[in-house]
Design a protein around this ligand. Structure first.
Ligand code: ZN
Length: 321
């Protein structure tokens, strides 16, 4: 198996680069690594850097592969380190050249804008390589998420398998969604083509904590164990919360954002979730929980200066598993 310039050879972790597009003066590439076990087995596709400022994924992959005992690995772990090199180099969640969000335009278009062509290329590579897809994200610079896993529900067998795998990644927040935005996500499009696919998120707020790296490590190990690529029993989480669809709460006033909750917190109808405080220090808006029972899927970074209309909270409806 080849991925760009990296050729999988049993018992090694080759590094290389794969072409994803064209700068005016040469190829747009991403670093790739393939961990190849001594025994044959399935291929796990792991991608990071779909959103430029979310760097937990790359750091966690490199750390995970470095600690891997290849003698115990069955199959291959193929890692695309920077799915959107334009966003990554521009420290931008969006592609600077066309302002598009890569995770809203899958499966992409071979003759579309640069982000659509990038989505098409990444999608074709992953479809040709992986049996299961793991897409690593975080809150990046502006937002903070808890350690959660999300998959698309409603894509038949692939969704059912993704739901099973979501129980094996060590995250207590397990979320199956079919919200509109997911139509253009990588995971939904893989699921619609029959491949189980999950996003794992942890952290953000413009920094990476050891805890976030440990969470990703747990998820990567658990995924390999659930796919029987590594020995051992996948981790199970305590105090599990299941998620349905979410609402993205936006403010109607600008100011400085003061969250009253932490990512992952349980909340109930009417509970204050955060306050907007204007330049004079006056509270000008209080945002409350609109579901009977919910948990916090993300918050905007505390004290961030905010425009009216910005998303400040992602509120995930709590559902029974
Ligand atoms: Zn992301």
């Amino acid at each position: 198996m080849m991925l760009g310039t990296a050729r999988a050879e049993a018992g090694t972790i080759p590094r290389g680069h794969v072409d994803l597009g064209h700068y005016p003066d040469g190829p747009i590439t991403s670093a790739v690594m393939i961990a190849a076990g001594r025994a044959d087995g399935p291929t796990l596709w792991v991608q990071a850097g779909v959103h430029g400022p979310e760097v937990v994924g790359q750091l966690a992959i490199a750390r995970f592969l470095r600690g891997l005992d290849l003698a115990r690995l069955r199959g291959r772990i193929a890692c695309l380190m920077v799915a959107n090199p334009l966003g990554f180099r521009g420290y931008n969640r969006l592609t600077p050249q066309d302002g598009m969000n890569l995770n809203r335009v899958f499966p992409g278009k071979p003759d579309g804008s640069i982000t659509e062509q990038l989505a098409h290329r990444v999608f074709e590579l992953a479809m040709a390589t992986g049996d299961v897809v793991l897409d690593l994200h975080s809150g990046g610079d502006l937002t903070i998420t808890p350690f959660y896993v999300i998959y698309h529900k409603g894509s038949g067998e692939a969704s059912a398998r993704a739901a099973e795998l979501s129980r094996c990644l060590g995250s207590r927040l397990q979320w199956g969604s079919d919200e509109d935005w997911m139509n253009g996500s990588a995971i939904t499009n893989f699921a619609r083509r029959g491949k189980p696919a999950l996003i794992v998120e942890s952290g953000g707020g413009a920094r990476v904590r050891d805890e976030d790296l440990a969470n990703m490590q747990t998820a990567l190990t658990g995924m390999c164990q659930a796919m029987q690529m590594l020995p051992g029993t996948p981790p199970t989480a305590n105090d599990v919360r299941y998620g349905g669809n979410a609402v993205h709460l936006k403010c109607t006033r600008g100011g400085f954002w003061h969250p009253l909750v932490e990512p992952g917190d349980d909340v109930v109808l009417g509970q204050p979730l955060g306050r907007m405080v204007d330049i004079w220090g006056d509270v000008v808006e209080t945002t409350t929980c609109s579901y009977e029972r919910a948990w916090i899927g993300s918050i905007k970074r505390p004290y961030m200066p905010i425009y009216n209309g910005d998303q400040i909270i992602e509120l995930v409806e709590a559902v029974d598993g």
